[in-house]
Ligand binder design. Sequence first.
Ligand SMILES: [Zn+2]
Length: 162
Amino acid sequence: MPEHIPDGDEVSRHLFEPSMKKPGGDLWWENVFMFKSDRSHAESVVWNRYAASLAEVHALGCYKQRQDRAAGKSKATYFGAIHANVGEIRGLRSKNGIRFDVVHEPKEGPHHAHIKYEFHNRAPTPNDKSELKVLLRKKFSNPPSGHMCPEEVKIAGPKQRP
Ligand SMILES: [Zn+2]
């Protein structure tokens, strides 16, 4: 059963490279939050009520990496997470008054939630969407809480030594 996510709670967004990290190391925001139509204009986040520690958030990111690789869906590498307050995300408005909601989607796990456009009278225009996407970036902590899988450390380790 989906639960209501209170304004005071936090959500985390998993980050995968190469698509979400620019060569210089900055986040590639255009790819962090895309709200693509083939994903129902929603983006997945972790509700921290069900992944209260950073270690749990990272464990879920590693799990997603393993699953996607095993399914042959992607070779992406999980490299960390950014965090935001739910009430601050809901408080954002486009000039036309369109906003985001954060909703529990427990079918993929109790921690699983979506950020999606919320509207009643009128669907969001491309302008609403791009305004909100840019506003959303400022609500997430940056730089990310970084993570490197133990296996990757083992592989990368010897190369870094002189
Ligand atoms: Zn890992």
